[in-house]
Design a protein. Structure first.
Length: 607
C-alpha cells in the first residue's frame, strides 16, 4: 500500500494558519499596531479604505528593521520576542509567536518600507500571496510602513463572507480601542476613507478614556487602586447611575494586554447587584499587573483568553477593591455649588445683638360670642327678566346643556363584535375587556409597542415617515465608535423621519424627529438606537430595520402606569387586532391572555 501522508506546502500551511490569526480586517490592524507598540513607537497612524477591504496602512516611528530582518519577518515562526520555551512564561511584549506577518502575507498583497535609525537607507519589500515579488533599497523615514491591499484576494470564500463595510469598520474601531486604552503614552490616529476618526494625544489613562469615549464618561468613573504581593490593580469603575443596558464600556487588561475574563466580570457585577436595575451593567476599565510567570497567554490565537495561577485570590482582591471604590463614593456627601439665584441665608453670629422679638397686633375688644350685624344681600333690579321664556318651554322639550351642542358621547362601534365597548384599566398597566369566551387582559405597553413597530417597519420598507421640525435643534455628542455606527444607519433614520446634521468631531444636530414623538428626549432616543445597532450589528438591512423600529417603538409607546380613557383603550384594542400578530410583541413577549368563563365560574364555585 502506498504512503498517503504528505507535508503541506508552505503556501498552504500559511493559509491554514491565517484562518486562525487573520479573521477579518480588524485582525490585521490588531497585529500590526501591536508590533508597532512592541517596537517602541511613540506615534502610530492607521489608515483604512473601504473598512480594510481595499487597503490597510499602519505607519509607526519605532525601531524599524534591517534588510535581513525585514525579509525574515515574513517567515513562519520567525520572531524577535522569544528565544526558548521558558520565555513564554516571562513575556513583556504583545506578540511572540511569529505568525502574524506570515499569515497576513499569505492572504493579501503586502508592501513594507522600513529603516533603522543607524541606517542611511531603508528597505522596500513586496509580497503577494506569501511570495516575495520585489526587494530593493528605498528612502524612507525611521520606523515601519506596512501597506496591506486586497485582503483575502486568493481566498474568495473568506472575502465573500466578510460583513458590510459599516460592520467591519465597527470591528476595526473596537480592536483599535483595546490597544489605545492600554497605551496612553503613545499618540494614535485612525483614518477611514480619508476622514479622521481618532486623534489621540499622549496623556494619563483617565484622559485617554475620556478622549475615546467622550467627556460625559469623566463624571461617571470611580478610581480603583490596590497594591498586593499577588497583583497590582488599578483603573476605574462606573458609578451606579452610569449603568447601561446595552453596549457598556467594559475592559480588562493584564500586563498591557486586553483580555476577556467572564469570571472577573462576574466579580465586578456582583458588587452592583443591589445598586443597579436587573439587566443593567456598569462600565469599567481595570488594569492588572501580575508577574509574567503567573499567567499563560498562549491559549488562543487571538490572545484574549488568559489563565491565572491565583485566579480565586485575584477574584477576591478585585471584589474588595470595587466594593471599596463604590463605598467611598457613597460616603462622600453631595456638595452643590450651584447657588446662583438662591436666597442668601445669613450665618448666625453670637457676638451680634439679636433684633427685637416681633410683636403681634390684635383687637382686645373683639368678642367672638357677640352677635355682629348681618350683611343683607341686595336683590338686583328687574330680576323678572332673568326668568323670561321659561313659561314657553314644553314639558317634553329637552333642556339645553351647559355648552351649546353638547351631547352625550357614544362609544364607536367596535370592529370586533365579540368584545365589549366598555373597558377597564387595572393599575394603569392592563386593559381588561369582556369577550365572548371570557375576560381578555391586554398589556397596554406591549400592545402599543406592537402597533408602533408595525407602523415604523412600514415606513422603513415602503415610504418615508413624516418629520416634525423641532423649535431648537438638540446637539448630540457621541464617541467616535458610536459616531461610526450612526453614520452607517443614517439612511434608515432619515427614512423614519429624523433629520440630522453632522457637525464633525462626533457632534450631531437633531433638526427634526418622526411625527408622534413629541415630548421624547432626542438625545436619549438616539443613544439608545446607536447602542442597539452597536451591540447587535448592522450586517443585514432587514435586521437593522427590525432593531431600529423596535427601539423607536419602545421609546414612543405609552409607559406602564399611564391612565387611559375608555376611548384611548378602544383605539389601542382596535389597532392591535388590525395587526398581523396581535398575540405577541416584536420581541416575542405575549401581549394578551384570556381568562375563560369556565375558569371564572370554577374559581367562584362553592365548595
Amino acid at each position: 500500500m502506498s504512503d498517503i501522508i504528505q507535508l503541506l506546502p508552505d503556501s498552504v500551511a500559511n493559509q491554514i494558519a491565517a484562518g486562525e490569526v487573520i479573521q477579518r480586517p480588524a485582525s490585521v490592524i490588531k497585529e500590526l499596531v501591536e508590533n508597532a507598540v512592541d517596537a517602541g513607537a511613540t506615534v502610530v497612524n492607521v489608515l483604512v479604505v473601504d473598512a480594510g477591504r481595499t487597503s490597510i496602512q499602519v505607519i509607526d516611528n519605532g525601531k524599524g528593521m534591517s534588510e535581513t530582518d525585514a525579509r525574515l519577518s515574513f517567515e513562519r515562526h520567525a520572531t524577535s520576542k522569544i528565544r526558548k520555551a521558558d520565555d513564554l512564561f516571562a513575556l513583556h511584549t504583545m506578540g511572540f509567536r511569529g505568525e502574524a506577518l506570515a499569515s497576513i502575507a499569505a492572504v493579501a498583497q503586502v508592501e513594507l518600507r522600513t529603516r533603522m535609525a543607524d541606517d542611511e537607507i531603508g528597505t522596500y519589500l513586496s509580497l503577494s500571496g506569501g511570495k516575495v515579488t520585489a526587494q530593493e533599497p528605498a528612502a524612507c523615514p525611521v520606523g515601519s510602513n506596512f501597506m496591506v491591499e486586497n485582503l483575502f484576494f486568493n481566498v474568495p470564500a473568506r472575502r465573500k463572507f466578510l460583513k458590510s463595510n459599516a460592520t467591519e469598520l465597527t470591528n476595526i474601531v473596537t480592536a483599535f480601542e483595546r490597544i489605545v486604552l492600554v497605551n496612553p503614552q503613545t499618540t494614535f490616529t485612525l483614518h477611514s476613507n480619508g476622514s479622521e476618526i481618532y486623534h489621540l494625544q499622549t496623556g494619563s489613562t483617565r484622559q485617554r478614556i475620556v478622549d475615546v469615549f467622550g467627556k460625559k464618561i469623566n463624571q461617571e468613573l470611580l478610581p480603583v487602586e490596590v497594591n498586593t504581593t499577588i497583583c497590582t490593580l488599578s483603573g476605574f469603575v462606573g458609578k451606579p447611575e452610569a449603568a447601561r443596558k446595552k453596549n457598556p464600556h467594559q475592559f480588562f487588561f493584564v500586563n498591557g494586554r486586553y483580555m476577556k475574563h467572564p469570571y472577573f466580570h462576574k466579580a465586578v457585577q456582583q458588587v452592583y447587584e443591589r445598586l443597579v436595575p436587573a439587566g443593567f451593567q456598569v462600565p469599567y476599565f481595570i488594569y492588572f499587573s501580575v508577574p509574567a510567570e503567573d499567567i499563560d497567554v498562549n491559549i488562543h490565537p487571538t490572545k484574549t483568553e488568559i489563565k491565572f495561577e491565583n485566579e480565586q485570590t485575584i477574584w477576591q482582591i478585585l471584589t474588595a477593591a470595587v466594593k471599596d471604590a463604590v463605598g467611598k463614593f457613597n460616603d462622600v456627601p453631595a456638595i452643590d455649588f450651584d447657588t446662583q439665584g438662591r436666597p442668601d441665608i445669613p450665618v448666625f453670629d453670637p457676638s451680634r445683638r439679636v433684633a427685637d422679638v416681633p410683636r403681634v397686633d390684635y383687637d382686645p375688644q373683639y368678642n367672638p360670642f357677640k352677635a355682629t350685624p348681618r350683611q343683607v344681600s341686595s336683590v338686583p333690579k328687574h330680576w323678572e327678566k332673568l326668568y323670561e321664556g321659561l313659561d314657553n318651554l314644553k314639558p317634553d322639550e329637552p333642556q339645553p346643556g351647559i355648552f351649546d351642542g353638547q351631547q352625550e358621547s357614544q362609544p364607536e362601534a367596535s370592529p370586533i363584535s365579540e368584545k365589549s365597548p366598555v373597558h377597564y384599566q387595572y393599575k394603569g398597566c392592563y386593559i381588561m375587556t369582556a369577550v365572548k369566551s371570557g375576560l381578555m387582559i391586554i398589556d397596554q405597553h406591549r400592545a402599543h409597542v406592537r402597533i408602533l413597530y408595525d407602523m415604523y417597519r412600514k415606513q422603513l420598507t415602503q415610504h418615508p415617515g413624516r418629520s416634525q421640525k423641532v423649535l431648537f435643534p438638540e446637539a448630540v455628542q457621541l464617541p467616535s465608535s458610536d459616531a461610526v455606527v450612526l453614520q452607517s444607519v443614517m439612511p434608515d433614520l432619515e427614512r423614519l423621519g429624523f433629520e440630522l446634521s453632522d457637525l464633525g468631531g462626533g457632534h450631531f444636530a437633531v433638526n427634526a424627529l418622526p411625527a408622534g414623538l413629541e415630548g421624547i428626549s432626542a438625545v436619549r432616543l438616539l443613544n439608545d438606537m446607536v447602542d442597539t445597532a452597536h451591540t447587535e450589528g448592522a450586517a443585514i438591512e432587514d435586521d437593522m430595520h427590525h432593531r431600529l423600529a423596535l427601539c423607536l417603538a419602545r421609546n414612543a409607546a405609552i409607559p406602564q402606569g399611564q391612565v387611559l380613557s375608555n376611548e384611548e383603550m378602544e383605539n389601542i384594542i382596535n389597532q392591535l387586532f388590525a395587526s398581523e400578530n396581535a398575540n405577541y410583541a416584536p420581541d416575542g413577549q405575549p401581549i394578551l391572555c384570556i381568562l375563560r368563563q369556565a375558569d371564572i365560574e370554577k374559581m367562584l364555585a362553592g365548595k
